[in-house]
Design a protein around this ligand. Structure first.
Ligand SMILES: Nc1nc2c(ncn2[C@@H]2O[C@H](COP(=O)(O)OP(=O)(O)OP(=O)(O)O)[C@@H](O)[C@H]2O)c(=O)[nH]1
Length: 856
């Protein structure tokens, strides 16, 4: 029977009972007979009702998250002392009137992940007490009116509903400190404004007091597809309203951006280069809420799996992972080079294969969900189950393929009409129309004037303060303050018109008025044939950087063998490339003014987007290293020689890591992170950058990486095969029992870096498994949820369902057995990476800022 953890040990006055994850269907009578109870945690059970709870009239906290409640339990009205109520992740549709009127002390209410579309009006009775309300992931179409009266509310979460509008009255009070509304088709204020936070929303509404809002109809269209598909041709033809054939030699480098009008819609076209080398920057530029135009050269297309994968499948997979809610319009070009039936046959083949891909994705997700539901303990997989369910609800909308001959004016007009028809469809694009205060448009127009003016430098970079003074010179913008300008820039950044990375310290006061230049910066170091570029740096450029031909040879050697470049090499390379593109004048601006000092804007960008990593590259002992004196702070010696940067994209060897690791051993602690549908392009390289910033002793290679922590090695290997993509993590089996804690902490830290990174691909499913330790046994153990509140698993021994061998749990999972004499821990150890640089192990955490580690 049930073993209520706390109840077992309870004395008569027990006030706090935890009964989570017990598969309860009814409340145990032992609990109901304890009226002194103040806190009852019933998370993750199978409760449909909580009959009898009204007896617990002293209850202050009631947690019922992740149960099977459909009808709101009205008995809660008797719990008049209640301060905290959690009913999230149930199936509640309606909350009756007459419950909250009796809960005047309620401070904290979680109702997220239910099916609510309204709140009862008596919720207003909690206005003196309620501070936290979460109604995210429900079905609200309008903002619930009772919330307007909650004058003490400090946190409100309404994400992932169907809200179109937020009421300005709600933002008039000053108590609100946290508000999240992403995932709603908001027009007023638009999501891009809401993303700026409460103050930006308040400013937005106060602007609307002076003049009424204007409708802005704007669409970002991204042209994706393989090289030479015809992306630039379509983009330019649509822009100019006539056929505009692009010569073959004029390949797109990086991304090109252009803006134009069709009727009253403003289109921002992002034309992505099709060459593989640029895929590394896609995570920066492929953003949600855009119309994706997937361009396919029908002449090149063959009705076989291989060309489908290359020209279409690759993109569909990437879009499903990165922007799973997108609308995709496939456009087939070169129909003039095909027979009429051929076009039809290929169109049919492409559409059939795309829908087969989407069906397969759905089937895989359903299969994962079934696996979890059918497992022996489904309740320990609730988080994974929910994430899969959410993923299942998001799918690409792929429209019918339009076949065009780009040399034909009529076909271009036809394509234009099709695009317009789709963007006018509110079901497809609920967020196309945004209501904005007129000042937003005025600032935008003034910025466009500035960028087109004579005095504007080619690079389009401008200091924020200078921009403000320029804009203030415009007649109607004289009163524009810094805060409002920042709001508007944030908005323009989110819609893609300017680029302003305020979150990067080094760039917070630089606005890129022409985003194309930013892409020019990226492609200085993320490009095809970088080694040849390095080899061709002319002697006078080398001399300018105090380098010799011999240095250049060394740079080439280190780059080819280790994918590393030193600071001087980067400077010389960038100078050389800028000169050959006639942009030598921006060199100092982007690389910093003095050699060896100051890293310049380029590195801030590359590091922020995890494209490179500053590494140590010392081959000799350092005679200047400071002496370690026990009890005194020890400082690592910095500034020894030059900085080196690792560019994992260009790694091509694997031997070095294998040599240091010394080969796999059957005894190793061994786990796998499975990726579905596949490991995204650039994922592994970015993982290397992240993980190696945490662990400064590391060896890296093309598909493997070895990290060292406390002298212990951890190996990460990538295996990206179709339908079998995983990262393998290995540690040596510890010699004694307590060594497991250290090994699992290390593995877990990397697992959390993997999971954190995977969040950037909302359509990507990552599942952790431990293979059975019997040689040849194919069984794998799926890891339970790691939500920090539950012990990973209760047993100390696991039996393999296939080979029936029994193993100590610590060999398979991060569950380390307690020593017998050890007292029971109050809370289970938990781990998470809260932001880029913080990781928590059990009860302590470390903050990592690049390679500086400090404990908190
Ligand atoms: N005959 C014919 N030629 C086309 C058509 N569409 C594009 N082209 C030609 O195909 C070549 C490649 O077109 P682009 O528009 O440069 O292709 P892209 O997809 O931008 O290529 P990348 O810059 O490599 O990414 C150009 O020479 C175009 O003139 C078409 O429908 N018919």
């Amino acid at each position: 029977m049930i073993q209520p953890r706390a109840c077992q040990e309870q004395d008569d006055n027990l006030r706090d009972v935890t009964l989570s994850t017990q598969r309860l269907r009814v409340l145990p009578s032992a609990v109901l007979s304890n009226p002194a109870l103040e806190s009852l945690d019933l998370d993750r059970n199978k409760l449909r009702s909580i009959t009898g709870i009204s007896k617990l009239c002293n209850l202050k906290k009631l947690m019922l998250s992740k149960n099977e409640i459909v009808d709101f339990p009205s008995e809660i009205r008797s719990l008049v002392c209640l301060e905290k109520l959690e009913l999230n992740q149930n199936q509640i549709r309606v909350i009756p009137e007459g419950v909250f009127a009796h809960l005047p002390r309620l401070k904290h209410l979680r109702l997220n992940n239910n099916r609510l579309s309204a709140l009862p009006s008596d919720l207003a009775a909690c206005q003196g007490s309620l501070q936290y309300l979460n109604i995210s992931n429900n079905l609200f179409r309008t903002f619930p009116r009772p919330v307007l009266q909650l004058g003490h509310l400090q946190e409100l979460y309404v994400q992932n509903n169907a809200l179109r509008q937020l009421p300005k009255e709600f933002f008039q009070g000053q108590s609100l400190k946290m508000f999240k509304a992403n995932g709603n088709p908001l027009r007023e204020p638009p999501s891009e404004v809401c993303a700026g936070g409460i103050q930006q929303i308040r400013n937005y509404f106060s602007q609307l007091q002076y003049s009424s809002g204007q409708e802005d109809k704007r669409v970002k269209a991204m042209f994706l597809g393989a090289s030479l598909a015809g992306k630039s041709t379509i983009c330019k033809s649509l822009k100019q309203g006539q056929t505009k054939l692009v010569p073959k030699e004029e390949r797109t480098v990086g991304i090109e951006i252009s803006e134009f009008q069709i009727e009253d819609f403003t289109f921002l076209f992002w034309d992505f280069a099709g060459q593989l080398e640029y895929y590394m920057t896609h995570h920066v530029f492929i953003t949600p809420q855009a119309l994706v135009i997937l361009v396919i050269n029908l002449h090149m297309y063959q009705t076989n799996e291989k060309t489908f994968k290359e020209l279409v499948g690759f993109w569909i997979n990437n879009l499903s992972m990165r922007v799973p809610n997108s609308v995709v319009l496939p456009v087939g070009t070169h129909v003039d080079c095909c027979e009429e039936e051929e076009v039809e046959e290929k169109r049919h083949d492409i559409m059939t294969k795309i829908s087969a891909m989407l069906t397969e994705r759905k089937r895989n997700l359903a299969h994962f969900i079934n696996n979890l539901e059918g497992s022996e303990e489904p309740e320990i997989y609730v988080d994974q189950w929910e994430k899969l369910k959410e993923m299942e609800s998001r799918t690409l909308k792929v429209l019918n393929l339009v076949a065009v001959n780009c040399t034909n004016h009529y076909d271009i007009r036809k394509l234009e009409a099709t695009i317009l028809k789709h963007v006018k469809n509110e079901d497809l694009f609920p967020e196309v129309v945004r209501v904005l205060p007129p000042i937003y448009r005025q600032v935008e127009a003034a910025i466009i004037d500035i960028t087109q003016s004579e005095e504007m430098a080619n690079h389009g970079m401008m200091d924020l303060q200078y921009l403000l003074s320029k804009l203030s010179q415009c007649k109607h913008l004289a009163s524009l303050g810094r805060e409002l300008l920042q709001d508007i820039l944030r908005y323009l950044h989110r819609i893609g018109l300017v680029v302003w990375y305020e979150e990067i310290k080094h760039l917070e006061s630089t606005v890129f008025l022409q985003p194309t230049f930013l892409i020019t910066m990226f492609k200085l170091l993320v490009r095809y044939c970088l080694a040849q570029q390095l080899e061709s740096i002319p002697v006078d450029t080398l001399i300018g950087e105090h380098a010799t031909i011999r240095d250049r040879s060394n740079w080439v050697w280190t780059f080819k063998s280790k994918a590393m470049l030193c600071h001087r090499a980067v400077r010389a390379l960038v100078k050389h490339q800028l000169s050959s593109e006639g942009m030598r004048d921006v060199f100092e601006e982007i690389m910093g003014y003095k050699p060896h000092r100051g890293r310049g804007k380029l590195f801030s960008l590359l590091e922020h987007f995890e494209l490179c990593l500053e590494v140590r590259h010392t081959e000799v002992l350092n005679p200047h290293a400071s002496e370690f004196v026990p009890g005194k702070p020890w400082e690592t010696t910095r500034g020894q020689g030059e900085s080196w940067y690792l560019f994992p994209t260009y790694l091509n060897q694997t031997e070095e890591v294998s040599e240091v690791w010394g080969g796999d051993h059957p005894e190793d602690l061994h786990i796998r992170a499975y990726f579905s549908p596949e490991i995204p392009e650039g994922f592994f390289q970015r993982l290397l950058v992240k993980a190696c910033s945490f662990y400064s002793t590391h060896w890296v290679a093309k598909v493997t990486c070895l990290l060292i922590c406390n002298g212990k090695p951890l190996l990460i290997k990538e295996n990206n095969q179709r339908a079998y993509s995983y990262l393998e993590l290995r540690c040596r089996k510890p010699a004694e029992r307590m060594g497991f804690q250290v090994a699992w902490d290390f593995l877990m830290a990397v697992v959390f870096i993997v999971q954190k990174l995977a969040e950037e691909w909302p359509g990507l499913h990552v599942c952790m498994k431990s293979p059975c330790r019997t040689a040849g046994c194919p069984a794998e153990l799926i890891w339970p949820d790691m939500d920090g509140t539950n012990a990973v698993t209760k047993e100390d021994v696991k039996t393999c369902g296939t080979c029936r061998h029994r193993f100590g749990t610590e060999l398979l999972l991060p569950k380390v057995p307690r020593k017998l004499e050890e007292p029971r821990m109050q809370t289970s150890a938990h781990y998470y990476v809260t932001s880029y640089g913080t990781t928590t192990f059990g009860h302590s955490s470390i903050h990592v800022n690049q390679q500086n580690i400090s404990s908190e």
